[in-house]
Design a protein around this ligand. Structure first.
Ligand code: F6P
Length: 459
């Protein structure tokens, strides 16, 4: 029997991954704000993190890394295909992101989703001490709260959705909508990135289940689920101190020099059809062809992190983006002045901080996004008050970062105009906007987010 914990986090992925083969392999902590925010909480409460280790087949053994107990859940090939690539990323992900690609509804995938959620619930139950606090993350595990409540009403259960919760009319497509809502309503606290998602959820819950109540509280079967918007953030202080390191500042200078000291526009995204990379490239291409921009003095750098290549729509978005980059470079690049620099790989936080520091304009223009932490990272890094953030109205971050230049990413003319506006922005206005953005990001960091969540949960 594993050691019982007073505080448990469950997420599809563990906050660490294995490097190396066989007996020589070891765990390495994954970078990211969520891990940093949770580490002190887990340490204080002798906590444990339950999640998939990313491997196919038998789970590796539980392990302690930097004081963090990691309890891996294993997924078989069939579960990876039907649960992760299938139901999570082929049904829920597109449905929750405005059906940008058409969600697929397969009964077999749903069966796998139910099974894997039950496995996670069982793993939690094996480890949860009496009256433990359980914090469940994201769309992969929406059935877990109710599964826990059925057998262990003593637990305090919180759920946070990192992606948007769709409007009622879209959510209604889901053949298993009532089961998912009932699953979530098993939590004491169900939290979302924005007010809109929070309202969408409580309205759907009242419509498709026997739950009753308000936008903030849904009562079902003598249990009350509290519903709140609690927007996630980043570890702003760590990001800023990285960007203040002399080597990072020097790296930023070198990047600019290597790009010919041209004005630099930057995009940093997972390669995902929700991120609007292709539309952004179209806007840049049109500006070049209309001669409103020239490769002599402007360059666009796109960093695209490979993601979910086995899931629906991901190969297509990569092909579209790469074809567009090829087309733009074929037509506009000059010797020594490439129009678009495209990197398909992930960068370390240190390298990212250098790119953020080097960029005159940061384009964060997803078609729909739960929050978008890249926007906040950019702001945290700009201690020099340089740089302009162009932000999609459809990113959760737009609810907070009001002094960014907000844009509808489907409106290519508006995108073009905003890129020009950003490049030409007078220094005074740029500094003023960035200072206001920085106050917001520094004040509301990921530690505050975790505190608010736990306070609402009654920790
Ligand atoms: O934004 C949702 C999310 O699931 C994040 O939690 C995660 O970091 C990202 O998407 C990447 O997803 P995946 O775990 O499928 O690689």
């Amino acid at each position: 029997m594993p050691r019982r914990s007073k505080f448990i986090i469950a997420a599809n992925r563990l906050p660490a991954h294995r490097v190396g083969d066989g007996r020589a392999s070891r765990w390495v902590r994954s970078p990211g704000g969520l891990v940093s925010a949770m580490a002190p909480v887990l340490a204080k409460h002798t906590g444990c993190w339950i999640g998939w280790d990313g491997a196919v087949g038998r789970a590796s053994h539980a392990n302690v890394l930097d004081g963090l107990t990691l309890a891996p859940v294993g997924l078989t090939r069939g579960q990876v295909d039907a649960f992760y690539s299938g139901f999570c990323n082929g049904t829920l992900w597109p449905l929750y992101h405005d059906a940008i690609v058409t969600p697929q509804f397969h009964r077999a995938w749903w069966e796998y989703y139910r099974d894997v959620n039950a496995r996670f619930a069982a793993a939690i139950l094996r480890r949860a001490a009496r009256r433990a606090m359980v914090w469940i993350h994201d769309y992969h595990l929406q059935l877990v709260p109710a599964l826990l409540r059925q057998t262990r009403p003593d637990l305090r259960i919180g759920f946070f959705l990192h992606i948007p919760f769709p409007p009622e009319e879209l959510f209604a497509w889901l053949p298993w909508r009532a089961a998912i809502l009932r699953g979530l309503l098993g939590a004491d606290l169900v939290a979302f990135q924005t007010e809109a998602s929070s309202q969408n959820f409580s309205r759907a819950a009242r419509r498709w289940t026997n739950g009753e109540g308000t936008d903030r509280e849904v009562k079902i079967d003598s249990h009350t689920a509290h519903v709140r918007p609690i927007p996630i953030s980043i570890d702003a202080a760590t990001m800023e101190s990285l960007a203040r390191e002399p080597e990072v500042i020097e790296m930023a200078r070198l990047i600019r020099e290597q790009l010919g000291n041209r004005r630099m526009i930057l995009g940093v995204d997972r390669m995902d059809y929700t991120k609007g990379i292709h539309d952004r490239l179209m806007a840049f291409e049109e500006l070049l062809s209309e001669r409103r921009l020239s490769v002599d003095d402007t360059v666009y750098v796109q960093i695209a992190v490979p993601s979910r290549e086995e899931s629906l729509g991901y190969r297509e978005v990569r092909r579209e983006v790469e074809e567009r980059v090829g087309r733009i470079n074929g037509q506009f690049s000059e010797p020594g002045s490439v129009a678009v620099h495209y990197f398909r790989r992930s960068l370390s936080h240190r390298e990212l901080a250098a790119y953020y520091l080097a960029a005159d304009v940061m384009l964060v223009t997803p078609l729909r996004d739960g929050m978008n932490l890249v926007a906040k990272e950019y702001v945290a890094c700009r201690h020099d008050l340089g740089g302009v953030l162009v932000l999609s109205e459809f990113a959760g971050a737009a609810w907070e970062l009001r002094r960014a230049l907000l844009v509808n990413p489907r409106d290519i003319e508006a995108m073009k105009a905003v890129i020009i506006q950003a490049l030409r922005m007078p220094t005074r206005e740029r500094r003023m906007r960035m200072s206001i953005l920085r106050v917001q990001v520094k004040r509301h960091d990921v530690f505050e987010w975790a505190d608010v969540f736990l306070e609402e949960l009654g920790a």
